[in-house]
Design a protein around this ligand. Structure first.
Ligand code: FES
Length: 167
Protein backbone atom coordinates (compact mmCIF):
# COMPACT_ATOMS: atom_id res chain seq x y z
CA UNK A 1 0.00 0.00 0.00
CA UNK A 2 1.09 3.54 -0.61
CA UNK A 3 1.70 5.56 2.51
CA UNK A 4 -1.04 7.99 3.39
CA UNK A 5 -0.14 11.44 2.11
CA UNK A 6 -1.28 14.38 4.17
CA UNK A 7 -3.31 16.78 2.02
CA UNK A 8 -1.06 19.72 2.90
CA UNK A 9 2.02 17.89 1.63
CA UNK A 10 2.97 19.24 -1.79
CA UNK A 11 2.59 16.83 -4.66
CA UNK A 12 4.48 16.66 -7.94
CA UNK A 13 1.38 15.40 -9.68
CA UNK A 14 0.82 17.70 -12.65
CA UNK A 15 -2.88 16.97 -12.63
CA UNK A 16 -3.10 18.56 -9.20
CA UNK A 17 -1.61 21.75 -10.63
CA UNK A 18 -4.53 21.97 -13.04
CA UNK A 19 -6.89 21.69 -10.09
CA UNK A 20 -4.94 24.32 -8.16
CA UNK A 21 -5.14 26.69 -11.12
CA UNK A 22 -8.92 26.31 -11.14
CA UNK A 23 -9.14 27.05 -7.41
CA UNK A 24 -6.91 30.09 -7.78
CA UNK A 25 -9.07 31.38 -10.60
CA UNK A 26 -11.92 31.52 -8.09
CA UNK A 27 -9.77 33.00 -5.33
CA UNK A 28 -9.78 29.69 -3.41
CA UNK A 29 -13.28 30.64 -2.27
CA UNK A 30 -15.67 28.12 -0.72
CA UNK A 31 -17.99 28.75 -3.64
CA UNK A 32 -15.36 27.34 -6.01
CA UNK A 33 -16.07 23.80 -4.82
CA UNK A 34 -18.20 22.60 -7.71
CA UNK A 35 -15.92 24.04 -10.39
CA UNK A 36 -12.99 22.52 -8.55
CA UNK A 37 -14.61 19.08 -8.50
CA UNK A 38 -15.20 19.39 -12.24
CA UNK A 39 -11.51 20.19 -12.65
CA UNK A 40 -10.57 17.11 -10.57
CA UNK A 41 -12.74 14.87 -12.67
CA UNK A 42 -11.39 16.34 -15.91
CA UNK A 43 -7.80 15.87 -14.76
CA UNK A 44 -8.05 12.48 -13.01
CA UNK A 45 -11.07 10.92 -14.70
CA UNK A 46 -12.83 10.54 -11.33
CA UNK A 47 -12.81 11.99 -7.81
CA UNK A 48 -10.31 10.06 -5.78
CA UNK A 49 -10.34 10.35 -1.98
CA UNK A 50 -6.84 11.77 -1.60
CA UNK A 51 -7.57 14.56 -4.02
CA UNK A 52 -10.83 15.36 -2.24
CA UNK A 53 -8.83 15.78 0.96
CA UNK A 54 -6.49 18.17 -0.79
CA UNK A 55 -9.42 20.14 -2.15
CA UNK A 56 -10.99 20.37 1.31
CA UNK A 57 -7.72 21.60 2.83
CA UNK A 58 -7.15 24.15 0.08
CA UNK A 59 -10.65 25.59 0.11
CA UNK A 60 -10.74 25.37 3.93
CA UNK A 61 -13.93 23.34 3.83
CA UNK A 62 -14.85 20.38 6.05
CA UNK A 63 -14.09 17.13 4.23
CA UNK A 64 -17.64 15.99 4.94
CA UNK A 65 -18.95 18.94 2.93
CA UNK A 66 -16.70 18.07 -0.01
CA UNK A 67 -17.83 14.42 0.08
CA UNK A 68 -21.41 15.55 0.40
CA UNK A 69 -21.27 17.65 -2.75
CA UNK A 70 -19.16 15.09 -4.63
CA UNK A 71 -21.63 12.30 -3.99
CA UNK A 72 -24.78 14.40 -4.46
CA UNK A 73 -24.28 15.06 -8.15
CA UNK A 74 -24.60 12.07 -10.43
CA UNK A 75 -22.24 13.73 -12.84
CA UNK A 76 -19.28 13.00 -10.59
CA UNK A 77 -17.62 9.59 -10.71
CA UNK A 78 -16.26 8.39 -7.40
CA UNK A 79 -14.05 5.71 -8.91
CA UNK A 80 -12.57 4.80 -12.23
CA UNK A 81 -15.02 2.90 -14.34
CA UNK A 82 -13.02 -0.35 -14.57
CA UNK A 83 -13.32 -3.16 -12.00
CA UNK A 84 -9.55 -2.95 -11.46
CA UNK A 85 -7.22 -0.01 -11.82
CA UNK A 86 -3.62 0.11 -12.88
CA UNK A 87 -1.99 3.50 -12.35
CA UNK A 88 1.26 3.80 -14.26
CA UNK A 89 3.81 6.12 -12.71
CA UNK A 90 5.23 8.38 -15.40
CA UNK A 91 7.49 10.39 -13.07
CA UNK A 92 11.13 10.90 -14.02
CA UNK A 93 12.61 7.92 -12.16
CA UNK A 94 10.00 5.55 -13.57
CA UNK A 95 10.25 7.04 -17.01
CA UNK A 96 14.01 6.48 -17.07
CA UNK A 97 13.55 2.91 -15.85
CA UNK A 98 11.09 1.97 -18.58
CA UNK A 99 7.59 3.27 -17.81
CA UNK A 100 7.17 3.83 -21.55
CA UNK A 101 7.70 0.12 -22.24
CA UNK A 102 5.21 -0.79 -19.53
CA UNK A 103 2.71 1.57 -21.11
CA UNK A 104 3.15 0.05 -24.57
CA UNK A 105 2.87 -3.48 -23.19
CA UNK A 106 -0.40 -2.79 -21.36
CA UNK A 107 -1.86 -0.84 -24.28
CA UNK A 108 -1.07 -3.63 -26.72
CA UNK A 109 -1.96 -6.58 -24.55
CA UNK A 110 -5.18 -5.24 -23.06
CA UNK A 111 -6.11 -3.05 -26.05
CA UNK A 112 -6.59 0.00 -23.88
CA UNK A 113 -5.15 3.48 -24.13
CA UNK A 114 -3.69 5.25 -21.13
CA UNK A 115 -6.59 7.04 -19.43
CA UNK A 116 -9.11 4.50 -20.71
CA UNK A 117 -10.89 1.33 -19.63
CA UNK A 118 -10.87 -2.03 -21.39
CA UNK A 119 -13.98 -2.89 -23.38
CA UNK A 120 -14.94 -5.63 -20.94
CA UNK A 121 -14.75 -3.11 -18.07
CA UNK A 122 -12.12 -5.15 -16.23
CA UNK A 123 -9.29 -2.66 -16.18
CA UNK A 124 -8.85 1.12 -16.09
CA UNK A 125 -5.37 2.21 -17.11
CA UNK A 126 -4.39 5.57 -15.58
CA UNK A 127 -1.22 7.52 -15.00
CA UNK A 128 0.26 9.59 -12.20
CA UNK A 129 3.33 11.74 -11.77
CA UNK A 130 5.41 10.01 -9.10
CA UNK A 131 3.57 7.81 -6.68
CA UNK A 132 6.31 8.23 -4.07
CA UNK A 133 8.08 4.90 -4.48
CA UNK A 134 10.90 5.96 -6.83
CA UNK A 135 13.30 3.39 -5.34
CA UNK A 136 11.07 0.70 -6.87
CA UNK A 137 10.98 2.28 -10.35
CA UNK A 138 9.33 1.51 -12.65
CA UNK A 139 6.21 1.39 -10.50
CA UNK A 140 2.54 0.83 -11.06
CA UNK A 141 -0.23 0.95 -8.46
CA UNK A 142 -2.68 -1.88 -8.99
CA UNK A 143 -5.91 -1.62 -7.02
CA UNK A 144 -4.16 0.62 -4.49
CA UNK A 145 -1.04 -1.49 -4.10
CA UNK A 146 2.34 -0.33 -5.40
CA UNK A 147 4.22 -2.93 -7.44
CA UNK A 148 7.75 -2.07 -8.53
CA UNK A 149 10.84 -3.12 -10.45
CA UNK A 150 8.64 -4.39 -13.21
CA UNK A 151 9.39 -5.68 -16.65
CA UNK A 152 6.61 -5.50 -19.25
CA UNK A 153 6.14 -9.31 -18.97
CA UNK A 154 5.97 -9.18 -15.18
CA UNK A 155 3.38 -6.42 -15.30
CA UNK A 156 1.16 -8.29 -17.77
CA UNK A 157 1.39 -11.41 -15.60
CA UNK A 158 0.55 -9.44 -12.50
CA UNK A 159 -2.46 -7.80 -14.09
CA UNK A 160 -3.71 -11.07 -15.51
CA UNK A 161 -3.42 -12.60 -12.05
CA UNK A 162 -5.41 -9.78 -10.46
CA UNK A 163 -8.13 -9.98 -13.10
CA UNK A 164 -8.30 -13.81 -13.00
CA UNK A 165 -8.42 -13.90 -9.21
CA UNK A 166 -12.02 -12.74 -9.05
CA UNK A 167 -13.41 -14.53 -12.07
S1 FES B 1 8.91 8.58 -10.34
FE1 FES B 1 7.73 6.80 -10.20
S2 FES B 1 7.54 6.53 -8.08
FE2 FES B 1 8.60 8.37 -8.23
Amino acid sequence: MIDYVHPEVPTQDKRWRLVQAEMRKHGNAHSALIQTLHAVQDAYGYLDPETLERVAANLRLPLSKVWGVATFYQHFRMKPSGKHTCVLCTGTACYIKGAGELQRAVEEYFKVKLGGTTEDGELSFLSARCVGACGLAPVVVVDGEAVGKLTPEALINHLEGVIDADQ
